[in-house]
Design a binder for this molecule. Structure first.
Ligand code: MGD
Ligand code: MGD
Ligand code: MO
Length: 768
């Protein structure tokens, strides 16, 4: 028998599995958070970083977009924030000799973990056509090579300019300005794979694609429903806000296929009580939903709310709110009147009693917040699901009052701000008009390409140059094999990065890596040290000041790189003072203050203690900038995900020790995984039904109507209390299972959370 290929770089001989934990954070987390920092950075550097993180005049933590409380405590950091900071602030650098020692073929054979561990990038490198290796080049030469290529294209639309959400506001503004002055709206970003469904659904229903709550709304809330989100790992500081909400009498409901540690019990590391006590039980109700069942659940709860109103008219719905601010109640009532309970139970895997309980909690609460993240946004029907979420909130006026609202929890620390600054392939005419007026050039109007369309454009030979401001697209996007082939087919790839990743090995005919300073580092320019700003999940904007010296001399800031490149590419063709921008970021902010609504007097406002909050129609005044000027209740056809016999619904998620495609360690502590990532979590009853066992190695096949099966080889089964019929494996490895064509309707986000799979035992001769 021929030996089946295993997954390169993903073999973990020392994998250990133990039972999952039922609570998150607390003393072990404090210890875990400080240990890697102290080991790598030394005590003094660590102390300086940890005491300036998320403080006024400090830097914004780059691990997530969770907001900062107004009164920041010195220990306002979390275990995973500490990992992100350590990862960036490491003194270890990639030496010049590295490039001669490691060919591109060698880099291709390495895992993300290995690549990330090589340390910080410090010099620009270039891979000429046909060469086996990158070679160091000067900055001038690097800009010259890129400018020659870009200016030689038949159309600016043959280039696409990606952004990952760590990019700060000022950087994002200058970047989109350069790209639009160059002549294209091809501005795909990580949001296309993340909260795009949120932006689409909220834009259509409430007129703004952002959260409608303020930070202190949590402590004013009666009920917080957390859907499709794992805050204990991905937004650990949110647990502090949830604890405050609980203390003030709120109840908390978690809707998730997995009993995530952080949703169950919590020990607050900012408080001695939290460290030594047994912790706060968090979720009052845990709905262990089947993956993809949220739309059915939300419709079923709304139906119960409407039924309760019908039984006692005038007592359940917020009629004053509905009459004045919304449209569509009758159509929704009529539609949900036909909702079939049997379909709901099948889709959700829940009992009617569980759904009744949630509906009773919802009706009993005056102020309800619903939060969500990737568990809701990465499904085929995500946009409609989120419209149903808005329906439920609107029925009882839970938008635009204290303690209530829609709360998408963003991922990357400035992914929301990047959009506000114009990093989007579909910016509206109002924004483009403002750019035209401010800078006296005509930006292109035709919409550009998103992340998936960019890959498809590469496949057709239409996208020839890939330029990335951060990120790791080939690993982050679906269909790894197709994405890598497409990227290999481009003529040039350019990446502005802090550290090595897979996207530096999967490159075009020519390739460049431009190293950059990180957010922790002092950014010294002609007019003195500079700072940048970010916008968090609740639309608060504040400054981020680097605090430690750059890891190497000669490193440029992202703004230096973009403005110098803009000068090389555009010369004097547009009247923009790129050199002035580089020397003094206040000049960039002056322009932003005239182009982006809500940023008036930006330079003054950003210097206020705690920054400032952007205006938000739904939150501030129940103003809804939709086509009708009203908040829209919508009718969405329920489509229950079918699970054929003998198959499972696989979700792909983050371990506790990774940041997206960056792997900090091979452990996932709360879920009991050590030294490995090639695991698939399956419910014990499903294992029995499928005649499989814990510890067994299987090949995971995903199945598609019009596409061949895709496979991930040799994964170890972990018997785990996930919902029946569901399974889970880690992203990014599992991206090979999802074809490019599997994307959310309306947002084009890859369907990463509901992949139909079958598991086939690996014959012993096939195991490694
Ligand atoms: N430490 C750390 N922090 C991060 C990141 C990181 O990688 N590491 N990434 C950042 C980014 S970019 C983002 S977008 C966020 C991501 O934050 P999360 O969305 O919390 O990240 P995931 O690991 O994708 O977890 C998805 C959660 O949804 C659940 N889920 C899966 N499918 C369904 C479903 O169908 N229904 C419901 N109700 N739940 C479901 C999963 O069990 C899991 O708990 O975190 C940000 N913060
Ligand atoms: N299957 C599956 N796929 C997914 C997801 C999922 O849940 N499941 N989640 C999706 C989501 S939510 C997202 S947001 C995307 C993430 O997609 P990306 O944002 O493209 O990926 P990251 O892994 O966050 O990017 C990490 C790289 O950014 C670079 N970097 C780090 N800091 C800086 C900096 O300060 N400046 C610059 N210039 N570069 C820096 C480093 O080189 C690092 O290797 O992945 C998506 N893909
Ligand atoms: Mo994200």
């Amino acid at each position: 028998m021929t030996k089946k290929p295993v997954n390169p770089g993903h073999e973990y001989p020392d994998l250990e599995v133990s039972p999952p934990e039922s609570w998150a954070v607390g003393l072990p987390a404090i210890y875990h958070s400080m240990e890697p920092a102290i080991a790598q950075l030394g005590l003094v550097r660590t102390a300086k970083l940890m005491t300036s993180m998320n403080q006024k005049d400090g830097f914004d933590c780059m691990s997530c977009a969770w907001p900062d409380p107004e009164h920041r405590s010195v220990a306002e950091f979390c275990e995973n924030g500490a990992k992100a900071v350590t990862w960036e602030a490491t003194p270890i650098t990639v030496p010049t000799s590295f490039w001669a020692e490691h060919s591109i073929a060698d880099l291709l054979s390495r895992s993300e973990y290995w690549l990330g561990m090589q340390g910080r990038l410090t010099e620009p490198v270039y891979r000429p056509a046909g060469a086996d290796h990158y070679e160091p080049v000067t900055w001038e030469r690097a800009f010259d090579i890129i400018a020659t290529k870009l200016n030689g294209l038949a159309s600016p639309n043959e280039a696409a300019f990606y952004t990952s959400g760590r990019t700060a506001n000022e950087t994002a503004f200058v970047y989109q300005l350069f790209v639009r002055a160059f002549g294209t709206n091809n501005l795909p970003d990580c949001s296309n794979m993340c909260h795009e469904s949120t932006g689409t659904a909220l834009g259509e229903t409430i007129g703004i694609g952002k959260s409608t709550i303020a930070y202190d709304d949590f402590e004013k809330s009666d009920l917080v429903i957390i859907m499709g989100q794992n805050p204990g790992t991905n937004h650990p500081r949110m647990l502090t806000a949830l604890e405050a909400a609980k203390r003030n009498g709120a109840s908390i409901v978690a809707v998730n296929p997995l009993p995530e540690a952080g949703l169950m019990r919590y020990k607050n590391p900012q408080k001695v009580r939290g460290i030594i006590g047994s912790g706060t039980p968090l979720a009052d109700q845990f709905l262990q939903i089947r993956s993809g069942g949220d739309m059915a659940l939300l419709q079923a709860v709304s139906k119960r709310v409407l039924d309760a109103e019908a039984a006692k008219p005038g007592t359940v719905l917020d009629h004053a709110f509905l009459d004045e601010f919304t449209l569509g109640l009758d159509a929704l009532t009529e539609h949900l009147g036909h909702l079939d309970e049997a379909t709901v139970l099948l889709a959700t895997g829940l009992t009617s009693a569980e759904i009744d309980e949630l509906a009773e909690r919802y009706i009993a609460a005056d102020r309800v917040i619903i939060t969500w993240a990737m568990g809701l946004t990465q499904h085929k029907k995500s946009v409609d699901t989120l419209k149903d979420l808005i329906n439920l909130l609107l029925l009882r006026g839970n938008i635009g009052k204290p303690g209530a609202g829609a709360s998408p929890i963003r991922g990357h620390s400035n992914v929301q701000g990047d959009r506000t600054m114009g990093v989007w392939e579909q910016m509206d005419d109002e924004f483009l008009d403002a750019i035209e007026k401010e800078f006296s050039f005509a930006p292109p109007r035709a919409h550009g390409t998103d992340a998936l369309k960019a890959i498809e454009g590469m496949q057709r030979g239409e996208v020839k140059v890939w330029f990335a401001l951060g990120g790791n697209l080939v690993a982050a996007v679906s269909d790894t094999v197709a994405a890598e082939k497409a990227m290999h087919g481009t003529e040039m790839t350019v990446q502005i990065s802090t550290k090595l990743n897979r996207s530096h090995a999967v490159i075009g005919t020519e390739a460049l890596i431009l190293p950059t300073m990180g957010r922790t580092e002092v950014d010294l320019q002609a007019s003195g040290p500079q700072f940048v700003s970010v916008e968090d999940s609740v639309c608060a904007v504040h400054g981020s000041h680097g605090r430690i010296p750059p890891v190497a001399a000669g490193l440029l800031s992202e703004i230096s790189i973009i403005t110098r490149l803009a000068r090389a590419v555009l010369g004097n063709s547009v009247p923009v003072d790129w050199a002035g921008f580089e020397g003094n970021y206040d000049l960039i902010r002056d322009h932003i203050s005239r182009v982006v609504p809500g940023f008036e007097k930006f330079n003054v406002q950003v210097r206020q203690k705690g920054g400032f909050i952007l205006p938000n129609g739904p939150r501030d005044s129940r103003t809804f900038a939709t086509a009708t000027g009203k908040a829209m209740l919508t009718v969405n056809e329920l489509e229950a995900l079918e699970r054929p016999a003998g198959r499972l619904i696989l979700q792909t998620m983050r371990s506790h020790d990774q940041f997206n495609t960056t792997i900090y360690s091979l452990n996932d502590r709360y879920r009991g995984i050590k030294n490995g990532r090639d695991v698939i979590f399956v419910n014990p009853d499903d294992l029995t039904e499928l005649n499989l066992k814990d510890g067994q190695r299987v090949d995971i096949f995903s199945e598609w109507k019009d596409e061949p099966d895709r496979v991930l080889r040799g994964y170890r089964i972990v018997s785990y209390p996930t919902a029946r019929g569901c399974a889970a494996a880690y992203y990014p490895e599992a991206n090979v299972l999802v074809p490019l064509s599997s994307a959310a309707v309306g947002s084009n986000t890859p369907v990463s959370k509901a992949v139909i799979v079958r598991l086939e035992p690996v014959a012993s001769a096939d195991t490694r």
